[in-house]
Design a protein around this ligand. Structure first.
Ligand code: PLP
Length: 330
């Protein structure tokens, strides 16, 4: 789910200029004050909220789970969702409950209410837009979950930059919800290589979580590069706009192919199902033709015969659509 475009050549030299004076013999700023200020401004994080940075948001998911780990504690998330919630929960010896989404991949609110009531989760993860489905959850549903939750609610907005304008971020809800944490990352918007994620939330929570952060977890090259990128944010916004237009074009083409069911996406990828069995074979044949997408198929699961494609450059998307249509005609 990377951005297929690299930094424009015209920016590259001024980016390199910012790296010259970094003094790599010295440790980085352990709290990355300047970078945090820029992130707060660009992402419109309220002044009252505290921010903690991670070496990718994966590291922050790990810190949250280490913080809440304890006997009998449970982590809850809709299913399917981002796999690291479960992987890291289990590594921390936590119980993990996945609450199946409905068939159209919206939240099953009656099932969520029951599961929260039964399991009293110490933390609930809501990825919105969700990976691997590309769906955004409704603001009112997130609000209700916040009201019902006995513990922390983490809304993972890794794909927020790709949502259609009408869906707002829950960042605006931080001030009224002390048990809400919002997570973001620069990985999906063109900076996967520098590993930078962040959480924003109430200072009481963030100061506890920060005790688990390793000193100097955000290196100097990452701090300088991210600050530079945020100072030139419009360039990345333009790339995101282009990716969103391509996403809508690929979605329309995919939906018109006979034998494919595709789901509308608010992210930079599209989930689709092959109506005949054979997702595994299609995946392998695409790979043999030089096109790598994700196979999510597991017999009997909600992802049966499902594949997920990341939106690439127009030529890459065209190649994918052409090869896929050919394979399905055979
Ligand atoms: C990719 C992804 C992440 C992890 O991003 P990093 O910042 O690269 O670690 C977190 N959440 C979701 C839902 C993702 O898809």
């Amino acid at each position: 789910m990377e951005n297929p475009w690299s930094m424009p050549k015209a920016l590259e030299q001024s980016w390199l200029d910012t790296l010259i004076d970094l003094q790599l013999n010295r440790y980085p700023d352990s709290v990355a004050i300047e970078l945090v200020q820029r992130l707060r401004a660009v992402m419109e994080i309220p002044d009252e909220s505290a921010i903690m940075l991670g070496n990718g948001s994966d590291e922050l998911i790990q810190a949250i789970l280490m913080a809440i780990a304890g006997n009998g504690r449970t982590v809850l998330a809709p299913a399917p969702s981002f796999v690291m919630y479960e992987v890291l929960a289990r590594a921390c010896r936590l119980s993990y409950v996945g609450v199946p989404l409905r068939q159209n991949f919206t939240l099953d609110m009656p099932a969520m209410r029951r599961a929260i009531n039964t399991h009293q989760p110490a933390v609930i993860f809501l990825a919105s837009p969700n990976n691997p489905t590309g769906t955004v959850y409704q603001q009112a549903e997130i609000e209700e979950i916040l009201n019902l939750a006995p513990g922390l609610v983490v809304v993972d907005e890794a794909y927020h930059p790709f949502v259609r304008p009408e869906s707002e971020s829950v960042i605006a809800r931080l001030a009224d919800n002390p048990d809400l944490i919002v997570m973001r990352t620069l990985s999906k918007v063109g900076l996967a290589g520098i590993r930078l994620g962040l959480i924003a939330g109430h200072a009481d929570w963030i100061s506890e979580l920060d005790k688990l952060r390793l000193p100097y977890n955000i290196n100097k090259l990452t701090q300088a590069t991210a600050s530079f990128a945020l100072d030139h944010w419009q360039v990345f916004q333009d790339q995101i706009g282009e990716i969103c237009r391509e996403r809508d074009r690929v979605y329309a083409s995919l939906s018109s192919i006979e034998g494919i069911e595709a789901w509308p996406s608010d992210a930079n990828f599209i989930l689709f199902r092959i109506s005949d069995d054979g997702a595994t074979a299609i995946h392998a044949q695409l790979q043999a033709r030089g096109i790598l997408i994700k196979c999510l198929h597991r017999a009997g699961s909600a992802m049966e015969n499902c594949l997920r494609v990341t939106v690439g450059r127009p030529v890459e998307n065209d190649a994918f659509l052409k090869e896929l249509s050919e394979l399905l005609l055979r």
